[in-house]
Design a protein around this ligand. Structure first.
Ligand code: AHR
Length: 498
């Protein structure tokens, strides 16, 4: 039997809703078709945004959206994407499939999308191939109220009111596609570019995010902080981290989203659990410079990265999504919760039709992936207080790919209810769990579960093959709750305590 210990009296910090954030890039069919179809489309839309997709995203309470990239961000020139659509410049999206980008989705459309979603805005600026002036003017265009060249231009383009830019990224992956820079050089550029990101409205400050490391590149974190840190408070609100789960088994060529075996399943989960070590080790470096944890770790790209679906454009990164991905999502969201003292935002890559998407579309059809369901199960943690918890569990897995049987995180939401999310990584056994609370009695408990074969997934023909179901068999007594969680599953439990 596994045991979970919860101490409702020990609060470990607020879980920023942004830990369940999303990322949308001008890549493949993420923005175009996946989200934006234009006002004249036959697909039902509101101001060009697909009604079905926006509705599905609202159900998971998207807290923040990052745009326009990714690698695309460091090639994006925002002025190409404003003004009458007929006169917007067309360009080749060199990173992603070499297709024509007609700039019909630009700043105004992004802000409209965030308005419809009711989410915060995270705009990623161009350091790699853009100028300081261009970046500074973009922020002025979006946020300045009053008379100024950019505010006037915004008015001419039909939006008198400034928008709120909650987060602004100063470049993306500048160690790679964003300019192949060395950390000291990027650090110096960061100092310069961020200087001109003005806070025009002190009530709604723009939080600045510096480009952080790729996976285990601890040297990047160290040197960027070393180069920038004497720069005074307010110069940096977040430092990013990118880590993708790519289950590569030596000797195997394929990394398929659906055609995988037990070994690849456990290899994937082991690879995703690496996130914990990355958070700890990058976090330890950040602690040395910023012991007060004022700078957030912003994991603004995470998720699985497999081979594209056979027959699709290799530059579009379109992949299916199975119960394995649900486990990856559940494990990571639990980890982010547990490290909410340092991790202040995380954005799954990407929102629709790209990599570990929560939604897939095909023409007018749409489906919710198993990953969508995990976000739906975990939405209760948004803004809640993380509670102290730990799990005693056995190892499961195969050969060199051994992983803990269970992962968990527990929080108390504003209405006083306790939420526990749990993943059972085992493919073979249901797990008997005893949950022990250090204080209080369990008055009532109910649950919802997502479970299935490791390859189970939704298709346009069978969009509900994998879906949440009520979880039964909860036995509450005094300060304990007992239940059995099936293999390969993600569970949400909600409890009332007295
Ligand atoms: O998400 C796809 C790509 O992965 C992004 O454009 C880039 O930042 C990362 O390498």
């Amino acid at each position: 039997m596994a045991r979970i210990y919860v101490n409702p009296n020990v609060k470990k910090g607020r879980i920023n809703p942004e830990l369940q954030g999303h990322f949308s890039e001008h890549l493949g069919r993420c923005i175009y078709e996946g989200i934006y179809v234009g006002e004249d489309s036959d697909i039902p839309n509101v101001n060009g945004m697909r009604r079905d997709v926006v509705e599905a995203l609202k159900e998971i309470r998207v807290p923040v959206l990052r745009w326009p990239g990714g690698c695309f961000a460091d090639e994006y020139h925002w002025k190409d994407g404003i003004g009458p659509k007929s006169s917007r410049k067309k360009m080749i999206n060199t990173h992603w499939g070499g297709v024509v980008e007609d700039n019909s989705f630009g700043t105004h459309e992004f802000m409209e999308l965030c308005r419809q979603l009711g989410c915060k805005t995270y705009v990623n600026g161009n350091v790699g191939s853009g100028t300081v002036r261009e970046m500074s003017e973009w922020v002025e265009y979006m946020t300045f109220r009053g008379v100024s060249p950019m505010a006037d231009l915004r008015g001419e383009n039909g939006h008198e009111e400034p928008w709120t830019v909650d987060y602004f990224g100063v470049g993306n992956e500048n160690w790679g596609c964003g300019g192949n820079m060395r950390p000291q050089y990027y650090g110096d550029l960061y100092r310069r570019y961020q200087t001109y990101i003005r806070n025009y409205d002190s009530e709604r400050p723009v939080r600045k995010i510096a480009c952080g490391a790729n996976g285990e590149d601890y040297d990047w974190t160290e040197k960027v902080l070393e180069t920038t840190f004497d720069h005074g408070h307010g110069y940096m609100d977040g430092l990013s981290l990118h880590y993708y789960t790519t289950p590569r088994i030596s000797g195997r060529q394929k990394v398929s989203a659906l055609d995988f075996d037990r070994e690849e399943y456990y290899c994937t989960l082991k690879a995703t659990l690496k996130m914990e070590e990355l958070i700890r080790r990058h976090g330890a470096i950040m602690d040395r410079f910023d012991p007060g944890k004022k700078i957030g770790m912003i994991i603004d790209e995470w998720g699985t990265w497999y081979d594209v679906e056979p027959g699709t454009n290799p530059g579009f990164l379109y992949q299916q999504n199975s119960m394995r991905d649900a486990l990856v999502a559940g494990i990571n969201l639990n980890l982010f919760n547990k490290h909410c003292d340092r991790v202040k935002m995380a954005n799954i890559a990407q929102m629709v039709n790209v990599l570990q998407a929560v939604i897939l579309t095909e023409g007018e059809k749409m489906l919710k992936t198993p990953t969508w369901h995990v976000f739906h199960l975990y939405r209760h943690h948004q803004g809640a207080e993380l509670l102290e918890s730990s799990v005693e569990t056995r190892e499961v897995g195969t050969g060199e790919y051994k992983v803990p049987g269970l992962t968990e995180s527990v929080s108390r939401s504003g209405d006083g209810r306790i939420h526990m999310t749990l993943t059972n990584l085992s493919l073979d056994s249901a797990e008997d769990v005893e949950c022990i609370f250090a204080d209080g009695r369990v008055k009532s408990a109910e649950g919802t579960i997502l479970t299935g074969d490791m390859r189970a997934h939704n298709t346009f023909e069978e969009p509900d093959a994998v879906r949440e179901k009520p979880f039964t068999g909860l036995a509450a007594g005094e300060n304990k709750l007992r239940f059995t969680v099936p293999p390969c599953s993600v569970l949400h439990l909600e409890m009332e305590m007295i």
